[in-house]
Design a protein around this ligand. Structure first.
Ligand code: PMP
Length: 394
């Protein structure tokens, strides 16, 4: 019966990585996969992570199971980091998951348990894995307009018009900050308006936040999430530690379910634990424990924040440098949006043919929808990218 299995479509980003490796040209730039890299092209282990690992090695006495929701210090630390004091702690149920993807997957499972007829609304475009997991689970989806290919900014009027079609019990998936794949983000007043619409329609927000600290800073990046969870009676937040703690392979994430009161929160906590048990039992501990240790220790936290801020400012500088190069090359502000976008990605609004031309003629690799990874650049490769963009954009 296993011979009935059909080949699955290959992941486009992973295919791009293979093509890049096989390209014999010396001058080539990989702006595909979403991993932070420093100016030398290295994805570093952050200093605070190394220090916490050393401390853990010296003090850990057992590798026995944790609780089903994972290390409580991790959950408490992440609740504070993402939600601040937007809602009282007794309204937040939280469980560790295998990465942010695990949190997203558990959230979809949870909403389907609560409402078997749920429709999940996603931005057009969104992180492709959102759509692919929903499809895999057989959950119906709808799209709301989000990115305007002409202006490369958020089409907020389009988004508001589309959300008018929400039904009570629908779920609206939002990106907390640093929208993947576009880099175009909602402003705080726009988050406020979205929360109002959702409340009026009886729909529930689900916020995926995978890049807190990569945009305008740890606090500013959480402002939209914090507003939405405080304004809506119920919400879900899926957070990833992969990027901002640089622990991609450790698989650390958390799903938080915010309820109206403490009694309902206890039920949500039981449901999160149950879902973990059904899908993988105990969540991975190592990365989550390091994050919990860092967030609970003033010195480690300060060092982590300082290093994260260096990474953020580095990406911002590259954005500004690229926008400036393009201003000079094109004599226009057509690509000024690159400096307005935030996070690791920007979508350039180029056609798949133009993206292919950049790869073939200039050795520049980016995803077919013209998303590029800002952190894949450095001071020397920015001018190469600018020239290639200007050349294909004629
Ligand atoms: N959500 C979004 C929007 C992402 O871009 C990512 C990372 N690519 C994730 C969730 C999850 O990341 P991870 O599972 O590696 O923590």
């Amino acid at each position: 019966m296993l011979k009935e299995l059909q080949p699955q479509p290959k992941d486009k980003i992973l295919m791009l990585m293979e093509m890049f490796k096989a390209d014999p040209r010396e001058q080539k730039v990989d702006l595909g996969v979403g991993v932070y890299k420093d100016a030398n092209g290295v994805t570093p282990v952050m200093r605070a992570i190394k220090a916490a690992e050393k401390q853990l090695w010296e003090t850990e006495t057992t590798k026995s199971y944790t609780g089903l929701a994972g290390d409580p210090a991790f959950a408490a630390g992440m609740r504070e980091l993402v939600l601040g004091d937007a809602v009282p702690a007794d309204r937040v149920a939280a469980a560790a998951t295998p990465g942010g993807t695990g949190a997203v997957r558990q959230a979809f499972d949870l909403v389907r348990m609560a409402n078997p007829d749920v429709t999940v609304w996603v931005s057009a475009p969104t992180w492709p894995n959102h759509v692919s997991i929903l499809k895999h689970m057989g959950i119906p989806t709808r799209e709301y307009r989000y990115f305007d290919d002409e202006t490369c900014a958020v089409d907020f009027d389009g988004m508001v018009a589309d959300l008018d079609g929400l039904k009570a019990g629908d779920v609206v998936l939002l990106h907390g900050c640093c929208h993947n794949p576009t880099g175009a983000n909602l402003t705080l007043p726009e988050f406020k308006k979205v929360a109002e619409i959702l409340n009026a329609k009886g729909a529930i927000p689900m916020i995926d936040i995978a890049y807190q600290g990569f945009g305008d800073g740890l606090e500013a990046d959480a402002a939209g999430v914090r507003h939405v969870v405080s304004a809506c009676p119920e919400s879900l937040v899926a957070a990833s530690c992969s990027k901002n703690f640089g622990i991609y392979r450790e698989r650390a994430g958390v799903l938080m379910a915010i309820q109206e009161d403490a009694a309902k929160t206890a039920v949500a906590q039981g449901t999160l634990n149950h879902l973990n048990r059904q899908n993988f039992s105990f969540p991975p501990d190592h990365g989550a424990r390091l994050v919990g240790m860092i967030l609970a220790d003033d010195a480690l936290k300060a060092d982590w924040m300082a290093e994260l801020e260096e990474m953020r400012l580095g990406m911002l500088k590259l954005r500004e440098q690229l926008a400036e190069e393009l201003r000079k090359l094109t004599g226009s502000d057509r690509f000024g949006f690159i400096a307005q976008h935030r996070g690791m990605f920007s979508r350039l609004g180029l056609t798949p043919e133009q993206v292919e031309k950049m790869r073939e003629d200039h050795g520049i690799y980016m995803v077919g929808d013209s998303r590029f990874n800002v952190a894949g650049l450095n001071e020397k490769t920015v001018p190469l990218l600018a020239k290639a963009i200007a050349a294909v954009d004629k």
